[in-house]
Ligand binder design. Structure first.
Ligand code: NAI
Length: 303
C-alpha cells in the first residue's frame, strides 16, 4: 500500500476554520496539498462573520511547514463560490479537490419552521455546495481530474426530529453528488458523500456520553481517502464517526410486476394486495444511475 499524497494537488475545504473542516485542511496540508481554507467565521446559526477562524488554520498549517491560503467568502452566493474557486486558481493555478463541508443549524420542529429558517439552511448547505462545486467542476473537466466530497447527514438520510430544513438540504446533497458522479465519470471526476458523526460546536449539546469517542479526527481519514487519486469509487455514501466506517446506499428492490404485463393500469386494491412483494428488499440492486433502473423496468416488461 502506498502513501496517500497530495503533492501538486490543490484542495478547497469549505468551512475549514473549525470542527471537521479544520482537521481535513491540516491533514491535506501534511500530505503535500496546497489548501484553500475557506470559512465565513460566523456563529453556528449562520449569523456574523470574521476572518480569524480561517486565518488561524492557515497559520497552523504554515507553522507546520505546509502551504495554505485563507478565503473568507460565504459559500451561499454564486459570487462567493466563484471567488473561493478563483482563490485556488490565482494562488495555486488549479483546483483538484473540493470538500463541501461548510454548515450551520437552525433546528425547529416542522410545524414551527419559518421561511427564513428554511432559506438560510438551504442557502449554506445545498446552494452553497452548488455555487462552489460548479466553477470547480468546469475547471476539473478541463483538467481531466477531480474529486468531490459532500457532507450530508444522517438527519436527512435517515430522518431526525426538528431538522426538516437541514435534513432536506443534506439529502439534496446526495442528489447533487449522484449527478456529479454520473456527469463527471468520463472526465475522471469522482463524487462521494459522507454522513459524519463528530464532536464539534454543532453537536456539543447533542451527543451525550458518546461524545468522548467522537473526535472530528476520527472522520478525517475517510474524507482524505475519498479525495485522493487512490480513490476510484464514485457515487458512494458513507457513515463515519468514532473509528467506525460503513457504506450507506440507496437500493432498488425487484418489486412486483402487474400480471397484465407492460403498460398495465392496476387498481389501488391491487397495490394493497401486492404490497408485501413491492416492499420486499430481498434481491435489491444499488443503481449507479437512472439507466440501471430503466434496465430493470425493461427486464420486467420483457417478463
Ligand atoms: P462547525 O460549526 O465546527 O463547522 C462548520 C464550519 O462552516 C464553521 O467553521 C463555520 O464558520 C463554517 N461556515 C458556516 N457557514 C458558512 C458559509 N456560509 N460559508 C463558509 N463557511 C461557513 O461544525 P462541523 O460539525 O465541523 O460541521 C461540518 C459539516 O459537517 C457541516 O456541513 C455539518 O452540517 C456536517 N455534519 C456534522 C455532523 C457532526 O456530528 N458534527 C453530523 C452531520 C453532518
Amino acid at each position: 500500500m502506498s502513501d496517500i499524497r497530495f503533492d501538486e494537488r490543490v484542495v478547497i475545504v469549505t468551512g475549514a476554520g473549525g470542527g471537521l473542516g479544520r482537521t481535513y485542511a491540516l491533514d491535506f496540508a501534511s500530505r503535500g496539498a496546497k489548501v484553500v481554507v475557506n470559512d465565513l467565521g460566523g456563529a453556528s446559526d449562520g449569523t456574523g462573520a470574521s476572518a480569524s477562524m480561517a486565518d488561524q488554520v492557515v497559520k497552523e498549517i504554515s507553522e507546520a511547514g505546509g502551504t495554505a491560503v485563507s478565503n473568507h467568502d460565504s459559500v451561499s452566493t454564486p459570487e462567493g463560490g466563484e471567488s473561493i474557486v478563483q482563490t485556488a486558481i490565482d494562488n495555486f493555478g488549479r483546483v483538484d479537490v473540493v470538500i463541501n463541508n461548510a454548515g450551520i443549524l437552525r433546528d425547529k420542529t416542522f410545524a414551527k419552521l419559518s421561511p427564513e429558517e428554511l432559506e438560510i439552511v438551504l442557502d449554506v448547505h445545498l446552494k452553497g455546495a452548488f455555487f462552489v462545486s460548479q466553477p470547480a467542476f468546469r475547471s476539473m473537466k478541463d483538467n481531466g481530474y477531480g474529486r468531490f466530497v459532500f457532507t450530508a447527514s444522517a438527519a436527512g438520510i435517515f430522518g431526525n426530529f426538528g431538522q426538516s430544513n437541514y435534513g432536506a438540504a443534506k439529502m439534496g446533497l446526495v442528489g447533487l453528488s449522484s449527478v456529479l458522479a454520473v456527469e463527471g465519470l468520463k472526465y475522471n471526476i469522482r463524487s462521494n458523500v459522507i454522513a459524519p458523526i463528530a464532536r464539534t460546536r454543532l453537536t456539543e449539546d447533542l451527543l451525550g456520553p458518546m461524545a468522548d469517542n467522537l473526535a472530528p479526527e476520527c472522520v478525517t481519514p475517510l474524507t482524505v481517502y475519498l479525495a485522493s487519486e487512490a480513490n476510484e469509487n464514485t457515487h458512494d455514501i458513507y457513515s463515519v464517526g468514532g473509528g467506525r466506517f460503513a457504506r450507506i446506499f440507496v437500493g432498488l428492490c425487484p418489486g412486483w410486476m402487474a400480471e397484465g404485463g407492460a403498460g398495465s393500469v392496476v387498481s389501488a386494491e391491487d397495490i394493497q394486495a401486492n404490497l408485501d412483494q413491492i416492499r420486499d428488499a430481498e434481491g435489491y440492486i444499488i443503481p449507479n444511475s437512472i439507466a440501471d433502473e430503466m434496465g430493470l423496468v425493461a427486464k420486467a416488461f420483457a417478463g
